[in-house]
Each structure stands twice: as C-alpha cells, then as structure tokens.
Design a protein around this ligand. Structure first.
Ligand SMILES: CC(C)(COP(=O)(O)OP(=O)(O)OC[C@H]1O[C@@H](n2cnc3c(N)ncnc32)[C@H](O)[C@@H]1OP(=O)(O)O)[C@@H](O)C(=O)NCCC(=O)NCCS
Length: 189
C-alpha cells in the first residue's frame, strides 16, 4: 500500500523592524498577488516593484507604525500594520488602527489571517492601547468574516468609501475594545 503523508507547512507571525532584500521582495510579491486578486488595502493595481519596496521601507521608518508579517514555510506571505495616533493627538492616544491587512492568495487557508489580527491586538495591548478600529470595503467578505469572528463590532457605513473602476464602493467601520468591555452597537444586521 502506498501511504502518502501530507506535510503541514510551518506558519509564523512576527513584528519586523528591519527587512532583508529577500524579505522586501517576498513582501512585494505577496502584496502584488493580493492586489491582483482584488486587493482591499488601497492599491487598485500593483505599483512598480521599486516603488512598493520604497513604501515598505517607509513604513519601517514611521514612528507610529508597526509592521507585522506572516510567514508560510519562512516566506513572507501576508502582512498587517498597527497605526497609533501621532503624539499631538492626545485625545486618541489610546486608540489604534489595524490597517493594510492581507494574505497572498497562495498562502490562504492556513489561519495566517486571524494570527495577524491577534498579533496586532497583542502589540496594541503591549502599547497600552484600549481600542482598535479598522475599515474595510463591503466587498471584502472574507476579511469581514474574520474581523467579526475576532470580535470587531460594525458601527458605521459609508456608501462612498472608495471609487473602484468608476463605481462607488461601500465601506464598513469596525471597532474592538481590547479589554473586552464593548457594548453591542452594531447597526448593520
Ligand atoms: C482577508 C484575508 C487576509 C483572509 O485570508 P485567508 O487565508 O482566507 O484566511 P485564513 O485561512 O488565514 O483565516 C481564516 C481561518 O482562520 C480561522 N479563524 C478565523 N477567524 C478566527 C478567529 N477569530 N479565531 C480563531 N480562528 C479563526 C478559521 O479556521 C478560518 O477558516 P474558515 O473560515 O474556513 O473556518 C485574505 O482573503 C485577503 O488577503 N484578502 C484580500 C485583502 C483584504 O481583504 N484585506 C482586508 C481589508 S483591508
């Protein structure tokens, strides 16, 4: 009998403060593949490799931004960012934003996405933040499913959230209290 064992790929999520050239190129490839697949985090078309690599290098330099990457078998396959308020915004010092979240199509289905969300939340908690917010196109149903399963509560809708191919796309706004004290205030269902 021919018994075949299926190898389970290794997964990891980590915060990065530097990226090697190989990692930068893998991050470009993962982001470009996600954008080509329908994106959801701003870009409509993948920019040139050099331009996007400059963008990722810039992210690493912004004091209020933290970059997390997800790896599948060691290769960067997805990413998310924590955006904290600038120092002049004292009123929102305890509110952060989960942003620029994606997993490359070839790496989906390995639960990298909820681990990225969890990684951003753990980092936000370590910074002492109390609330995370995020916004998402209404068409990104997979991301919305993951956010809602992770405890994010929908509180607002903007029918003119983004313009894609000449059509206005609705966007949803979500919030999560990191100490779990959030009252239900969803207005979507
Ligand atoms: C949204 C996106 C990141 C999801 O990636 P994915 O690979 O499909 O999702 P994953 O397999 O990593 O995670 C989903 C699985 O994790 C598990 N999971 C989801 N939420 C979970 C939670 N809160 N706790 C534990 N496990 C959870 C489930 O097993 C789930 O699979 P299932 O729904 O089939 O049961 C990906 O589709 C993507 O990049 N889309 C385009 C960009 C985008 O929409 N970004 C967000 C808007 S800015």
């Amino acid at each position: 009998m021919n018994v075949q064992t299926q190898r389970v790929p290794t997964t990891a999520v980590e915060r990065v403060t530097t990226l090697s050239n190989a990692d930068l190129n893998d991050l470009y490839d993962a982001a470009a593949a996600a954008i080509d697949d329908g994106g959801g985090f701003g870009w409509l078309q993948p920019p040139d490799r050099d331009d996007m690599i400059q963008y990722w290098k810039g992210v690493l330099l912004i004091p209020e931004r933290d970059l997390l990457v997800a790896r599948l078998d060691g290769v960067i396959a997805g990413s998310a960012q924590l955006q904290r308020s600038p120092r002049n915004n004292e009123a929102q010092a305890l509110v952060g934003q989960l942003t620029t979240f994606f997993v490359a199509p070839w790496a989906r289905g390995h639960a990298l996405a909820p681990h990225l969300v969890q990684g951003v939340e753990e980092l936000a908690t370590a910074y002492g933040l109390k609330v995370l917010t995020l916004d998402v196109r209404a068409t990104q149903v997979r991301a919305i499913e993951i956010y809602e399963r992770s405890g994010y509560v929908h509180w607002g809708t903007n029918p003119r959230y983004a313009l894609v191919d000449g059509q206005w796309i609705t966007g949803y706004y979500y919030s999560k209290d990191l100490d779990g004290s959030q009252a239900a205030f969803s207005d979507r269902s």
